[in-house]
Every structure is written in C-alpha cells, then in structure tokens.
Design a protein around this ligand. Structure first.
Ligand code: NAP
Length: 316
C-alpha cells in the first residue's frame, strides 16, 4: 500500500474479532480519534450494536475494499493465520496482545509485514498506562535492588466465558500477566531472563491458573512475579521497585497509579487504547512498524523452564 496520503481523510479501519476488548476499547477509541474511521468488523457470531458486522474477513473486505488497516482482536491461537491474510492483501496490521501464540509465529508476522511494506503494531496496551514513562525515568536514574510484581485478578469476574484462555496457546494467567511483563520490559534498561517458574495448572486445563516466576535482569537485579487468576476481594495489578539506596516506587492499577517513597504522584488521566491508536496512526504515517516481542519471550521461557504443578479442576 505504501505511504498513505494521511492528513485529509481519516484512515479507514476494520476489526477482526468483535468480543470483549473490541467492544470495550477498540470501537470507542477509534471513534474518538478524528484521524480514524471505523468502517466495519467481522466475527463469527458477535454483532455489537452500531457496527457493520460480517461473518468473516472475506465478506468484510468484499463489502468494504476501502479498508486500509485492520485490528486483529481474536484469541491469540488464530492470530498468525489471520495476520497472514491481512498482510497478503496489503493492509496495515494492529495486533492485540499477545502478538501470536508462539514466538515463531510472531517473528513470521513481522517478516511478512516488512516484506509487504505494511505497518505492523504488535500492541502492548499496558505500556500506554499513564505512569509507565515516569517509572521508566525514575529507574533510569538509579541502581536497583529488586523488582516484585503482583498481578492478581479473578478470572471469573474479568474473563467470563473465555474458555480459550485455558486451552493450549491461551496462556492462562499469563494472558493478564503478560501485561505486567510488557511494562517490566519497557521500564527496565536491560534484558530479563527467566530463572524459575512454577506453573500451577488445573488438571482439566492446558494453561496455568497461578504462576510464581523468578527472573534476573542482565545487570543482576532479582525480579519476582506472582500471578493469580483466583484472586478474591481486592484485585491487584502492581509492580514494586526498590533502589539500592532503599527508595521505593510502586506502579499500581496496571500502570495508572504511581507512588514514590509513600507519596502519591498525580498522573494524567490518559486512557491506554486512545494512545495506542494514536501510535498506530503515526506509525502508518511514517511508514514504520513497532513489534517488540520481549514480553512474549519471557512467557515462552517460563513455559520452557517451568515446572507444571497440578492444581484443582477449574470450573467457571
Ligand atoms: P473474547 O471476548 O473471547 O473475544 C474474542 C472474539 O474473537 C470473539 O468475539 C470471537 O468471535 C472472535 N473470533 C474467534 N475466532 C474468530 C475468527 N476466526 N475470526 C474473527 N473473529 C473470531 O476475548 P477478548 O477478551 O476480546 O480478547 C481478545 C484478545 O484481546 C486476547 O488476545 C486478549 O488477550 C486481548 N485483550 C483482552 C482484554 C480484556 O480485558 N478482555 C484486554 C486487553 C487485551 P464470536 O464471539 O463472534 O464467536
């Protein structure tokens, strides 16, 4: 497709997969951006109100060949094949997180997009949470002692009916946990290696429901992550950082809240997905891509190195 003549007409967008995240975030974020126009979507069954919806991508593209860019909001197990079809017809691609079910698939999507000359955004919405950049700057000026991640939520509350999460390739509790890893890999200056992982996996599921993960940064900072999909009561999406001189930074609410040495630091009220779509538009305008797979690599390494521990049956 080459560079678009952006600036006069809004970029025409189609959605593939019209489930929870498409409805909660993609549709309102596209509609809230004057440079973008939501043309249509497709999904086997879902028919959100007010969206021109088709059963599959072929039907959507036959009816709307004017679509220039496509956001893929399906479960990850089928993302690679859909991305291949989107790139084949020369449309720019926005991948929901995680970018694919495996690193091999993610690298393949990146190579195909580069060969075709379309822009690819492998999105990590949590990197667009308002306090993430401030945390990154704080860390850049310090030597660290430790990092601890607590990402604990109730799967029954946040993912009702999403059976794909516990199937092979669905990642289980890493589906939200990878969001913490997308922040971690953004705020730390060096690479992260997995050292140990305990993967508590219900006997009737293929993916873990609770994980304890020990990592080490290249410069030797120990990082401990605890992921829990069975959290009752207060839900926690926090990252605690301690410097060598015992200063403390806490990123809370998935990166929306920031506390330094016990003092709350006010953050702008920016939502993640409007920022992501602004970034996608800018990438297309500049003819660039953004595809960093480091959070997926950590999950893959945890699965490679981890011990599978049987957990009680999970029934929704
Ligand atoms: P979801 O509610 O299960 O929605 C997935 C949708 O994909 C369903 O509506 C399903 O269609 C559709 N789909 C399945 N196969 C398809 C195909 N071959 N072609 C087109 N559409 C297909 O899941 P979700 O929560 O939106 O999650 C989707 C992705 O977004 C996941 O990777 C997840 O990690 C990510 N994400 C989710 C959240 C969240 O809070 N839920 C937040 C950030 C990112 P039908 O319903 O029509 O059968």
């Amino acid at each position: 497709m080459g560079l678009l003549s952006l600036g006069r007409k809004p970029l025409k967008i189609g959605l593939i997969g019209l489930g929870k995240i498409a409805v909660d975030q993609h549709i309102p974020s596209i509609r809230g951006n004057k440079n973008l126009e939501l043309v249509a979507g497709c999904s086997p069954h879902a028919r959100p109100e007010g969206v021109q919806a088709y059963k599959d991508m072929d039907a959507m593209m036959s009816a709307h060949p004017e679509i220039e860019a496509i956001a893929i909001c399906t479960p990850p197990q089928i993302r690679h094949e859909i991305a291949r079809q989107v790139i084949d017809i020369g449309r720019h691609v926005f991948l929901e997180k995680p970018p694919a079910a495996t690193l091999g698939e993610a690298e393949s999507i990146k190579a195909m997009a580069a060969a075709k000359g379309v822009s690819l955004l492998a999105s990590w919405h949590s990197r667009f949470a308002p306090a993430v950049e401030a945390a990154r700057e704080w860390i850049a000026a310090r030597e660290l002692r430790s990092v601890t991640i607590h990402w604990k939520e109730n799967v029954r509350q946040w993912h009702p009916g999403q059976r794909w999460i516990f199937e092979a390739g669905g990642m289980g509790v890493f589906d939200p946990g990878i969001n913490s890893l997308s922040i971690l890999t953004r705020i730390l200056p060096d690479a992260v290696m997995v050292k140990k992982a305990d993967l508590h996996t219900p006997v009737n599921c293929q993916a873990p429901i609770q994980v304890e993960l020990d990592m080490l940064s290249e410069s030797g900072v120990p990082i401990r992550a605890e992921y829990d999909f069975l959290q009752e009561g207060v839900q926690t999406w926090s990252i605690y950082v301690e410097s060598k001189s015992f200063e403390k930074l806490t990123l809370s609410m998935g990166g929306a809240g920031l506390e330094i040495d016990g003092k709350t630091i006010a953050q702008p009220k920016e939502a993640e997905y409007p920022g992501l779509y602004k970034h996608f538009y800018e990438l297309i305008k500049k003819g660039e891509s953004d595809a960093d797979f480091s959070p997926l690599r950590i999950v893959a390494d945890a699965m490679l190195l981890g011990r599978r521990i049987d957990a009680p049956e999970y029934i929704e």
